[in-house]
Design a protein around this ligand. Structure first.
Ligand SMILES: *Cc1c(COP(=O)(O)O)cnc(C)c1O
Length: 428
């Protein structure tokens, strides 16, 4: 099936006389006829539902649709994007381990990596994803267990050279985990370019209507954990919490995802609610239409802003003069998503003034949904970062993150125009 069809048809497969639309299994628990059947589920001897903290049919239908969209072997929904990021790392890292991340990442991920993972004894080094291969090589240590990056970085909009970074990570025997939130599988499928694990904040484009916080982890199923078994003992040696099963032996190309479900979800419990999973599924059914329109509208906005004398700079990888245009042509041929960033000649002050003046574009701590929205990362999502960290994360102090919605382009542009008219002509 084409991706557009997968958006609608994958996941829930009703049998004869079953509900056409994915039902919400609003049940914590599932009934069995014999005690023995239930026991087998706890030993992972049998497949089946027993408790929604681990698995739920509504969630699984949505996860399997996303796995299919990304071209992965299996997927698991999580309560939030943050939980997906944390589990994706913690599934293969313990105290004493090391992770490499690009510095151009979401502010929440930066906090998780630099503060919370450090408290758990997991050290994260941040690197410039455009540094030379020799330079990136130097970041690897004997205890490096994962490489983390974003397809389109939030909010610097840097486009990741997935193929190159995957090759470097694999040279060191380490999997590449990619946060594909901004691109969605409709615009880019990182697993096809060599990534091993994909995660999303489904809160953004996948839901698309700003109704439900959620996340997902997709297993690419190709990383050879057994080849590096000394580095990934959690996957390749017996798990005492399941009578000594070995995930890679028992579950093959879904070993990583199975471990994340039966061990991390069991013990840490950041479960998606079936109600939210249902809403995310509704979002997925129109994802292909929305991503096309978001990208079209954003390109219009980027072109418009570039022509405004009060605008100092614009970043959007769909613009021919953008530093990421060539990478976008390769990885994002269908569009560069709806997020555009820009700064004004009047600097930080003027940026804040402009935001306050916008009417249709709302100031919200959100990005990537149907409604046009706007945020000033230096004062909002990234306000915990020092000036130096801001620069490394690609967040200039005057940067406005403009998330272009799917309203009519004329209305979005006239909102920007009336707000820009209000800003005094800068002397700079
Ligand atoms: C929002 C976001 C997250 C975190 O997701 P939540 O659903 O808010 O927990 C992670 N990565 C990126 C790129 C995001 O935009």
């Amino acid at each position: 099936m084409k991706l557009e069809t997968t958006c609608i048809q994958a996941g829930w497969k009703p049998g004869n006389g079953a509900p056409r639309v994915l039902p919400i299994y609003q049940s914590t628990t599932f009934k069995y006829d014999t005690s023995e059947q239930m026991g087998k589920l706890f030993d992972l001897e049998d497949n089946g539902y027993f408790y929604t903290r681990l698995q739920n049919p509504t969630n699984d239908a949505v996860a399997s649709k996303i796995a299919e969209l990304e071209g992965g072997t299996a997927a698991m929904l999580t309560a939030s994007g943050q939980a997906a990021t944390f589990y994706s790392i913690f599934n293969i890292c313990s105290a004493g381990d090391h992770v490499i991340s690009t510095s151009a990442i979401y502010g929440g991920t930066f906090n998780l990596f630099s503060i919370t993972l450090a408290r758990l004894g997991i050290e994260v080094s941040f690197i410039d994803q455009e540094a030379s291969e020799e330079c990136i090589d130097l970041a690897f240590k004997p205890n490096t267990k994962a490489f983390f990056a974003e397809t389109i970085a939030n909010p610097s909009l840097a486009v990741l050279d997935i193929e190159r970074i995957a090759r470097i990570a694999h040279k060191h025997g380490v999997p590449l985990i990619v946060d594909n939130t901004f691109a969605t599988p409709l615009l880019c499928r990182p697993l096809e370019w060599g990534a091993d694990i994909v995660i999303h904040s489904t809160t953004k484009y996948m839901d698309g209507h700003a109704s439900s916080v959620g996340g997902v982890i997709v297993d690419g199923g190709r990383f050879d954990w057994d080849k590096h078994s000394d580095r990934y003992p959690g996957l390749t040696s017996p798990d005492p919490s399941y009578h000594g099963i070995v995930y890679t032996q028992k579950f093959g190309n879904t070993a990583y995802l199975t471990k994340a479900t039966v061990q991390l979800m069991r013990d840490l419990g950041a479960t998606q609610s079936p109600q939210n999973a249902f809403l995310i599924n509704l979002g997925l059914e129109t994802l292909h239409l929305r991503m096309e329109r978001h990208s079209q509208n954003a390109l219009h906005v980027a072109n418009y802003l570039q022509a405004q004398p009060k605008v100092a700079w614009v970043h959007y990888s769909g613009l021919k003069n953008d530093p990421y245009y060539a990478l976008a042509q390769k990885y994002l041929p269908m569009g560069s998503c709806g997020v555009v960033t820009f700064g004004l000649k009047g600097g930080r002050e003027a940026s804040i003034q402009l935001m306050d003046r916008l009417k249709l574009a709302a100031i919200v701590t959100h990005v990537a949904d149907a409604r046009t929205s706007v945020l000033h990362p230096a004062s909002h999502t990234h306000r915990q970062l020092t000036d130096k960290q801001l620069v490394e994360a690609g967040v200039q102090p005057d940067l406005i993150r403009f998330s272009v919605g799917i309203e009519h382009i004329d209305d979005i542009l006239s909102d920007l125009q009336q707000a820009l008219d209000f800003i005094p002509q800068s002397a700079k």
